[in-house]
Design a binder for this molecule. Structure first.
Ligand code: 0A1
Ligand code: ZN
Length: 882
């Protein structure tokens, strides 16, 4: 019998939300699943055999998830089922007569080539040359077979793949290999057994023509592991860097956390067609090619670091996510926040710790703070959702990591390791909760960490107000700290949270003062609305260095005098806080320009940075970061009636002031000094020089435009790295240089067959500021290389424009909003996940100035009136609710 259901059918625009408070343990578990695939591009058949176990405390009928499955056969305990003893409707298969210990067998057909949502089993690349793969997180497994698709059902998997050998020479699934062989008619088979029980979102298979690179690895506890990276033939030469990074990540996890790999093989596969960055499927990680392939001709320094970080991230999930998984999707940050934190530690250890911290906090401010301040605000552990794929957010990932960082800071290095050891030991093989995590960390250290749970349940970024008072008579410094968190949708009243503030005090000469027990740094915890901390023995009024290393994810408000910030910018021993002082000064300088006020902060900002520029003492990469003020997205965050065109003009003016103060001659001299080393080396010093060279060229373009354009054109022609080439191209394009078109044409020709390099070609043009952007975006979407079917291409063009180019997207005539809304509707029919993510570009529309606000609202409301996927409907609905 057949019950065809098309997965593109839109079920329900306003489904009732799923709530954390409604969690119940599963009524039915699956202890073992045997899967057999007969793979084909247009149609694949999937047989499954589930060994069922019933929770004796519940008497619910057997209900399995299944979406878009063509049911071909069904049998219970060996007997085919009659119609009437099972029902498949509304994406649920209900079966009568199942008992504890029953075996349910089904056979279904799925259609990989027609699967444009890239969820479940799908085709990457062309029908002729592409390969098949799966993506199951969060709820993709239900697109492959019937199963209780929830992370607290952990089963052991035996997977057999069968396919035509010529078309699919490589057959892979998670777990250890358990045999392979020939079949009649040119077909072959391969079997994999995973000894570790896992939730179905960690299932994966890959089948097709792929090349490999391999390496042998011996774990610290003595297991021999074969590491294999797979990619299509044309890019297999770009996998060596990822292999080295993988080996570094495996060693690092052994040393930092005592975690060893646990199978005999570890496969990593690259695909150009992927909705996210990468996926930690047990034993078979699948990567967006963007985060795996690397070579000097096409990969920038930032991208090299991203490859290393994502390789680490997915590998670290093997323990934080796979061996210990999540009870339900509300606990997503249990694996993601923790794994981002581990990834950040790894990157900091492999590169420069302060630069990494600056990057991470800049990302938090750019991506997470706006989320927390807008209509999509949600806690790190949301209380409800309608589409879980909409919750792979900066809040769950980046803010989640900040919460783990606070806990780690509270426990100290050894205490945190003790806590993590207990967490892994106690929860291995389990589906855990955030409470389990806090309990283990606390118990291992004899501490009650439950107050930190409030951070997981409360949305919004706390404001921390600091006010210091020095008493020369009592020789005391009193620091009063206050906190409040603005309301967010559905959470009007906020509670005080425990906020650890790492601090130091500087005397007016820039020396750190001894605090408790002679230490120069101390952590105070503000765990109520307001508290005053008193520091004795302070002779002269100090300058406080607060929230060192960004010790809590809050917005600090402290009425520093510009000279005090200059002191921190010059003398702070905490690299992050040096940068932070420069950011605070720049913010004030920007406000002075905007409000046409006296230029106290502007002058100090320019003078101090010009001084640091001249001394040549600073690390080049840190100097580049110090010379970079907050971006246009961050500046808009602090404004009401946002006018992105004006912010862009002021942002340019601000940097022009800085460039003018440093001076043409100094900029030219430094540029040439840095350019004398144009080698392609990847060491930290070479990367730092390229970072500063780029910044100097950008500043020069503001004050000596024609000369900078000539330098950029020459740099573009002679570049030995993609970092230098792209930096030059960006300067040419953004400054509307006469050389820009030729450079773009040259780039386009050179990289025509290279998807990742072409993405950068689209992205660099999508950054064109102001009015000109729209026409460029329209021209680019008509380019034969543009397609809405490839998530990376969509992100490169529409993501860069709508989320990363405020003055180009937010036009007063509303044309930008209308174009995006129209494309979102088209994209939604192909790939709801990508459409929903792109739609978050409208976040913050309520704070726009009235004309743009009206236009944006109309565009979003027009979208809401259409028939949308659950993914996009939830985002658009929330956007209009607040
Ligand atoms: N767990 C992955 C992220 C991920 C989530 C969903 C995906 O498909 C829709 C794919 C990947 C990670 O954190 O790396
Ligand atoms: Zn992750």
């Amino acid at each position: 019998m057949r019950l065809p259901l098309d997965h593109t059918v839109r079920d329900d625009q306003t489904p009732s939300p799923i709530r954390l408070a409604d969690y119940r343990p599963p009524a039915w578990r699956v202890d073992h699943i045997e899967l057999e695939f007969d793979l084909g591009i247009d149609a694949s058949e999937v047989r499954s055999r589930l060994q069922l176990a019933r929770d004796p405390a519940q008497d619910a009928p057997l209900r399995l998830d299944g979406e878009g499955l063509e049911l071909l056969a069904i049998a219970l305990d060996g007997r085919p089922l009659d119609e009437g003893t099972y029902r498949y409707r509304d994406n649920v298969l209900e079966v009568d007569g199942a008992r504890d210990g029953s075996v349910l067998e089904t056979r279904v057909r799925v259609r990989p080539a027609a699967n444009t949502a890239l969820e479940g089993l799908y085709l990457s690349g062309s029908r002729e040359r592409g390969f098949l793969l799966t993506q199951c997180e969060a709820e993709g497994f239900r697109h492959i077979t019937f199963f209780p698709d929830r992370p607290d059902v952990l089963a052991k998997y035996t997977v057999t793949l069968r396919a035509d050998r010529a078309r699919f020479p490589v057959l892979l699934a998670g777990g250890n290999p358990d045999g392979a062989g020939e079949l009649p008619d040119g077909r072959h088979w391969a079997r994999f057994v995973d000894p570790y029980p896992k939730p179905c979102y960690l299932f994966a298979l890959v089948a097709g023509r792929l090349e490999r690179i391999e390496r042998d690895y011996r774990t610290a506890d003595g297991r021999d592991v074969r590491l294999v990276i797979w990619a299509e033939a044309d890019v297999i030469d770009c996998c060596g860097y990822a292999m080295d990074a993988l080996e570094r990540a495996m060693r690092w996890d052994e040393q930092a956390y005592g975690r060893n790999y646990d199978l005999s093989v570890f496969h990593v596969v690259a695909t150009h067609d992927f909705n996210m960055g990468a996926m930690e499927n047990k034993g078979l990680n699948i990567f967006n090619a963007k985060y795996l392939l690397a070579d000097p001709d096409t990969t920038t320094d930032d991208e090299y670091r991203a490859v290393e970080a994502v390789i680490g991230h997915e590998y670290f999930h093997n323990w934080s996510g796979n061996r210990v998984t999540c009870r339900d999707w509300f606990q997503l940050s249990l694996k993601e926040g923790l794994t981002v934190f581990r990834e950040q530690q790894f990157s900091a250890d492999m590169n420069s710790a302060p630069l990494k911290r600056i990057d991470d906090v800049a990302l938090l401010r750019r991506a997470q703070f706006p989320e927390d301040a807008g209509p999509l605000a949600h806690p790190v552990r949301p209380a409800q959702y309608s589409e879980i794929n909409n919750f792979y957010t900066a809040t769950v990932y980046e803010k989640g990591s900040e919460l783990v960082r606070m806990l780690a800071g509270r426990l100290g290095r050894e205490g945190f390791r003790r806590g993590m050891d207990l967490y892994f030991a106690r929860n291995d093989g389990r589906a855990a909760t955030i409470e389990d995590f806090l309990t283990a960390l606390g118990e291992a250290n004899g501490l009650d960490l439950s107050p930190y749970l409030a951070w997981y349940g409360q949305a919004g970024t706390p404001r921390l107000v600091a006010e210091g008072r020095h008493d020369p008579v009592r020789r005391e410094y009193a620091l009063t700290l206050r906190q409040h968190t603005p309301p967010t949708p559905g959470q009007p009243d906020k509670r005080p949270l425990p906020i650890p503030v790492k601090l130091a005090l500087f005397d007016p000469d820039g020396r750190m003062l001894p605090l408790q027990d002679g230490a120069t740094e101390q952590v105070v915890v503000l765990d109520r609305a307001e508290h005053t901390f008193v520091f004795p023995g302070i002779e002269r009024a100090p300058v406080p260095s607060l929230l060192r290393g960004f010790s809590a994810p809050v917005i600090l408000e402290c009425a520093y005098a510009p000279a005090e910030l200059a002191l921190l910018l010059t003398h702070d021993t905490d690299g992050f806080n040096r940068w932070e002082a420069a950011q605070q000064l720049a913010w004030r300088a920007y406000a002075e320009l905007r409000d046409e006020r006296d230029r106290a902060a502007l002058t100090v900002w320019c003078e101090t940075l010009a001084g640091l520029f001249e001394t040549m003492k600073l690390d080049a990469a840190l100097l580049a970061d110090l010379l970079t003020p907050p971006g246009e997205v961050e500046l808009a965050e602090r404004e009401t009636d946002v006018d992105p065109a004006r912010i862009h003009a002021l942002h340019q003016a601000l940097q022009r002031e800085l460039a003018t103060r440093i001076g043409n001659a100094a900029l030219h001299a430094r540029y040439h000094d840095l350019a004398s080393d144009a080698a392609a080396a990847l060491d930290a010093a070479s990367q730092a020089r390229r970072r500063l060279r780029r910044r100097v060229l950008e500043l020069l373009a503001l004050v000596d435009t024609a000369a900078a354009q000539a330098l950029a054109a020459a740099q573009f022609d002679q570049a030995a790295t993609m970092t230098d080439r792209l930096a030059a191209l960006a300067v040419l394009v953004r400054s509307a240089a006469p050389q820009a078109d030729a450079a773009l044409a040259h780039y386009r020709k050179r990289y025509d067959g290279n998807a990742l390099a072409l993405d950068k070609w689209f992205a660099v043009q999508a950054q064109l500021p102001g009015e000109a952007a729209l026409a460029r975006v329209r021209a680019l979407e008509a380019d034969p290389r543009f397609t809405l079917k490839n998530p990376n291409r969509v992100q490169a063009l529409f993501g860069t424009w709508a989320r990363g180019n405020p003055s180009g997207f937010h036009r007063a005539d509303g044309e930008g909003y209308r174009l995006l809304a129209a494309r979102l509707a088209e994209l939604d029919a192909l790939n709801p996940q990508v459409a929903a993510r792109l739609a978050t570009a409208f976040n913050g529309w309520q704070r726009l100035e009235p004309v743009r606000r009206g236009q944006a609202r109309a565009a979003v409301a027009g979208l809401a009136d259409r028939r949308l996927s659950r993914n996009l409907a939830e985002i658009v609905g929330n956007m209009l609710k607040a």
